[in-house]
Design a protein around this ligand. Structure first.
Ligand code: GLN
Length: 447
């Protein structure tokens, strides 16, 4: 803990942490030492973990990186965090992110931007940018992020880490501040596959506080790291031939596919005619869900309330106008529009139907193949400000990550070399629902 506390101080300018639980982490460490001496310590004894600023932790502040949750304290602890504590992990602090998980660069945050430790002029990715940089820069061993449309996988790719988005419903969402409830997942960042598998097996599983969580028992992922060979891999023609794809990322991805073939695995190209519809479907449905989820922030129940109101209606209006950032307001407006009576069928209902087609296509493919392999992102980490004035360019960053989110299936990003500037490249592997163990085994084989 002292090692990490020291690193957090010397790397404070990266701005990954918004709060460090110095005192309680040291106290917890002492308790774990005692348990270790007694032989009663849990699975994660001594693992030092940071948590994203959207996960509740009793009596600690949580802001979702938004002014609207200024000074708000959690009333209860998120199930995933509680499960870490129950296995004797040490929670070292709260990590910066894009406001309510909306963004791909960690620039939309009331806490100030997070710097990528490999090149401080570049973004770490988002929305879980703080969670990524905290592990990248050795400020903690692992961290929790959330992934609604790529927010663990994309920052993992930009910082050279392993990052998993589990199957939707594998990890309880109780105590996670909602962005888009039918997409939100809690995921894990780590330097290696083993740590990632161990943390996920701890946080996954049934929970009486979340009626949508899966009742399936959780396998010991950390003991499933041997790959059963040979495997069947599909790659999607439209992803590898996409104009948006940086040539070096394409080359690195093809290298992996060729190497797999040489090693006797079955690797086949498959057409994915729906790729053009994946991003619009994701952004219609997530903005719709966000506009509904975020209606609870009205100045009455949580956090910030405007001091400038002169009646009830102006209190609501001004609180929300002053409390939410630009990107969040844009999404609330988009979501309200697609849910409005005159446009509901044209946008929301249509997008739900397309979601089903994408999900069916993906699941059918994963019945025939063990894995789908593709780049995690179209480009490596970009410079601050590069996409700030162009929301659509920012949304295009998520081109390859949203298919797994729309379909609910698990996906992992692993490091796959660097481009000529030395920036990390990510490789994404997707498997069928609840096949996290198989994902980890394949990831381990490839690293
Ligand atoms: N960049 C995507 C978005 O802004 C993904 C965010 C996420 O997964 N939380 O919606």
């Amino acid at each position: 803990v002292n090692y990490y506390l020291n690193n957090i101080k010397t790397k404070a300018h990266l701005n990954a942490f918004v709060e460090v639980y110095e005192q309680s982490a040291l106290e917890q460490a002492e308790k774990v030492d005692q348990k270790l001496a007694e032989g009663t310590a849990g699975k994660l004894a001594g693992m030092v973990i940071g948590i994203k600023d959207v996960l509740c932790y009793t009596d600690h502040e949580v802001n979702a990186s938004s002014k609207i949750l200024e000074n708000f304290q959690s009333q209860f602890t998120c199930t995933a965090v509680q499960k870490l504590i129950d296995e004797d992990a040490i929670i070292i602090g709260r990590l910066n992110c894009d406001e309510f998980g909306m963004g791909s660069s960690n620039e939309n945050t009331v806490h100030g931007k997070v710097l990528n430790a490999i090149d401080e002029e570049r973004v770490p990715g988002g929305s879980s940018g703080g969670s990524a940089v905290a592990v990248q820069a050795n400020l903690c061993t692992t961290s929790l992020g959330t992934d609604t449309g790529g927010s663990v996988r994309q920052p993992a790719a930009f910082t050279g880490l392993v990052g998993i988005k589990p199957t939707y419903s594998r990890v309880s969402r109780f105590g996670l501040i909602a962005y888009a409830s039918s997409f939100d997942t809690i995921g894990v960042f780590s330097q290696n596959v083993e740590d990632n598998a161990l943390v996920l097996e701890v946080i996954a599983g049934p929970d009486d506080n979340d009626s949508t969580v899966s009742q399936k028992s959780v396998p010991s992922y950390s003991e499933m790291l041997d790959l059963e060979k040979p495997v069947k891999v599909a790659y999607l023609k439209e992803t590898i031939e996409s104009d948006a794809l940086q040539p070096e990322i394409k080359a690195h991805t093809l290298d992996v596919l060729n190497q797999l073939k040489e090693e006797g695995h079955q690797v086949e190209e498959v057409d994915f005619p729906l790729l053009d519809y994946v991003l619009p479907t994701y952004y219609i449905l997530t903005t719709a869900e966000a506009s509904s989820n975020l209606s609870r922030f009205d100045g009455v129940k949580y956090g910030y309330r405007t001091p400038n109101a002169h009646n009830l209606e102006s209190m609501y209006k001004l609180t929300r106008s002053e409390g939410f950032g630009e990107e969040v307001k844009r999404r609330i407006m988009l979501g309200t529009f697609v849910l409005s009576a005159s446009y509901y069928d044209a946008y929301f209902t249509k997008a739900q139907k397309v979601r089903r087609l994408i999900k069916e296509f993906t699941e059918d493919l994963l019945d025939k193949y063990d894995y789908i392999v593709m780049p995690t992102t179209p480009s490596t980490a970009f410079k601050f400000g590069e996409h700030s004035d162009d929301p659509v360019a920012m949304y295009l960053e998520d081109l390859f990550t949203v298919q797994a989110s729309v379909s609910g299936v698990p996906a992992i990003s692993i490091p796959n070399g660097t481009d000529e500037k030395g920036l990390p490249i990510g490789l994404q592997i997707i498997a069928n629902s609840f096949k996290e163990g198989e994902l980890y085994a394949f990831a381990k084989y490839l690293i």
